[in-house]
Design a protein. Structure first.
Length: 253
């Protein structure tokens, strides 16, 4: 699934570029490759976590990435770690923490994979923020998809593929299209926001995943899961309402 998602994204971008709809330009090739490597590792670990603990918990654990994105950006990009960003970030992470072992089974390998996906996602987000100074959102997205395809392709011969039916193909197409839209919008957004602000608002995705997992896959929703989701929503709202309007920098679109 990780391969087809990445390959599908890269194919769409190449078609758009070939049609002249978008332009792919390279500014910082080295950092673009690193963004692809970090993002590819995060996607692989995320899907592995889903297979073990379900979509909701896996997404919630992967969305510990704001902690790591904020730390990486503070350390390497010298973005300031202010109280305005740090306080809601702490609240959101407390919410994610409630998800760990929410079914009373302790920390599992799937939990570790989810958190590891968060670490790599944090590194990827910090590179996106830096890359937006030199590269367009489309170029950044293309490298993420292309490198991700190369990383996941070698595993295909060792898997046991199941040929999907009509609805299976519809589901795969829906994953490719919706994740494509979400990824390009996220990349555009980091033109106007810091890693800490953008990451914390994005935590709302984890709540959506938990709700949809329960609705469509009968994944259990426990009191700890609900409490953690409430903290995540509160943190995102807090940061959004308290954020000052940012100046629009002269960066590539």
């Amino acid at each position: 699934m990780a391969f087809f998602r990445s390959f599908g994204h890269a194919l769409i971008i190449l078609v758009l570029a070939g049609a002249g709809t978008i332009a792919l330009s390279i500014g910082n090739r080295r950092l673009l490759v690193w963004r692809g490597l970090f993002g590819g590792a995060a996607v692989i670990l995320y899907y592995m976590a889903i297979c073990r603990i379900g979509a909701g918990p896996a997404t919630l654990l992967t969305y510990t990435y704001p902690v790591f994105a904020t730390l990486f950006s503070a350390l390497f990009a010298r973005e300031p770690l202010t109280l305005r960003a740090g306080a809601p970030l702490a609240v959101s992470i407390a919410g994610v923490g409630l998800i760990l072992g929410h079914e009373g089974l302790g920390v599992s390998l799937g939990d570790v994979m989810g958190i590891s996906a968060g670490i790599f996602s944090g590194a990827a987000i910090s590179t996106v923020r830096e890359l937006r100074k030199t590269d367009s959102a489309w170029s950044i997205f293309f490298y993420f998809a292309a490198v991700g395809s190369v990383m996941t392709a070698p595993a295909l011969p060792f898997t046991s593929p199941v040929w999907p039916g009509v609805m299976g193909f519809v589901g795969i197409a829906a994953i490719v299209v919706t994740s494509f839209g979400g990824q390009i919008l996220m990349t555009y957004a980091y033109r106007w926001t810091t890693a800490a602000e953008g990451s914390t608002v994005s935590l709302l995705t984890s709540v959506h995943a938990a709700v949809l997992g329960a609705a469509f896959f009968s994944e259990p929703i426990t009191l700890r899961l609900v409490a953690g989701g409430a903290l995540v929503i509160a943190a995102g709202a807090w940061l959004t309402l308290s954020a000052r309007p940012a100046e629009t920098p002269g960066r590539p679109v």
